[in-house]
Design a binder for this molecule. Structure first.
Ligand code: ASP
Length: 338
């Protein structure tokens, strides 16, 4: 008999959707009643749960940073009442939310498992059934403390994932990180149990509106478009560069970048390659960016880079501190408040 208790925060997504004339839409109450009929959840081997259904349920393409904050606050409020948390979320922006939660709940010592599904639970072969059962079991394991994404029998670090397929059941990958846990027939959902001392409920910092522009470089971009982009009032720019962090060395382009850095915009260099990351000293094109004041995003995903910027820009006024913290690795404690 499993004596743990998990809070399920159901925010929306395909997992609880139903067909409509316009395609799949979230259906209030459906997932909640569907889970009450799931025999595997009544077996006593899976932890008991309480389910909080968000109102309204959202397709995750409608999620914004204030929704990340709401989820983090809902976890913090219930922190001492539960052994772990299972966040059910649409897959489209799940990687942003999981990354954001890792930065909003740094050093959390209970599991926060974020999952969703590619097929609605209404389909008999939906991947959502396994994700909920495995998610509840993993959310009860102290060894799974922290924010992780569960998908297709793999637990991946929350701020290292990206949605890399719109159709595969293994929709998420962590291109630059190892899985936290992979299910196989021998192990079942039981990673090594380590006892941790539950700490204090996390304090969730408020998020403020911030202006982050994402610029994906393509060969021969019109100058007028670049000028227009950099003329916007931007707090930060994520420059999606080529390969190891390279960009064209044309004087006009470099001047726009230099001006943005001089004006206090945080410009982060992030590679368009999923795997490997930025090493700005490798080529002259990357070195020039570094000299202009661009900082390296290392091997972060776009989702982690974006959500980390939102959290840091909300919390710090000093561009220097934001630039310094952006370059530290992704461990939660590096965004701690001081
Ligand atoms: N559009 C859906 C969403 O992100 C896709 C999904 O859940 O798989 O909410």
């Amino acid at each position: 008999m499993n004596t743990k208790r998990i809070a399920i925060l159901y925010t929306g997504g395909t997992i609880g959707m139903q067909p409509s004339d316009n395609g799949l839409i979230p259906a209030a109450g459906y997932l909640t009643s569907r889970l009450q009929q799931e025999p595997r959840l009544q077996s006593g081997q899976v932890p008991a749960y309480d389910l909080v259904e968000y109102e309204p349920l959202l397709d995750s393409s409608d999620m914004e940073p204030h929704h990340w904050q709401q989820i983090a606050e809902d976890i913090a409020q219930r922190y001492s009442d539960y052994d772990g948390f299972l966040v059910l979320h649409g897959t489209d922006t799940l990687a942003y939310t999981a990354s954001a939660l890792s930065f909003l709940l740094p050093g959390i010592d209970k599991p926060v498992i974020v999952t969703g599904s590619q097929l609605p639970l209404a389909e008999p072969h939906s991947d959502g059934h396994d994700h909920i059962v495995e998610g509840l079991m993993l959310a009860a394991k102290p060894a799974c403390a922290g924010v992780n994404v569960l998908f297709h029998h793999k637990l991946l670090p929350g701020n290292r994932v990206t949605k890399s397929s719109s159709v595969a059941l293994g929709a998420f990958t962590a291109p630059n990180a190892a899985p936290v846990w992979v299910m196989d027939a021998s192990s079942g959902p039981s990673p090594l149990d380590v006892k941790t001392q539950p700490g204090l409920a996390p304090q969730v910092p408020p998020l403020k509106p911030c202006r982050i522009g994402v610029l994906t470089l393509t060969p021969g971009m019109p100058k007028a478009m670049l000028v227009h982009f950099f003329n916007q009032p931007l707090d930060a720019v994520i420059l999606r560069s080529y390969g190891a962090g390279n960009a064209p060395q044309q004087a006009d382009f470099m001047r726009l970048i230099e001006q943005a850095c001089e004006q206090g915009t945080v410009v982060v260099n992030l590679s368009q390659c999923d795997h490997g990351g930025v090493a700005m000293g490798t080529y002259a094109g990357g070195s020039a960016l570094a000299r202009a004041g661009v900082i390296s995003g290392g091997d972060m995903t776009l989702e982690a880079c974006y959500s980390k910027l939102v959290v840091l820009l909300s919390h710090y006024d000093s561009v220097d501190i934001i630039r310094e913290r952006m370059q530290l690795n992704l461990a939660g404690e590096l965004t701690q408040r001081d």
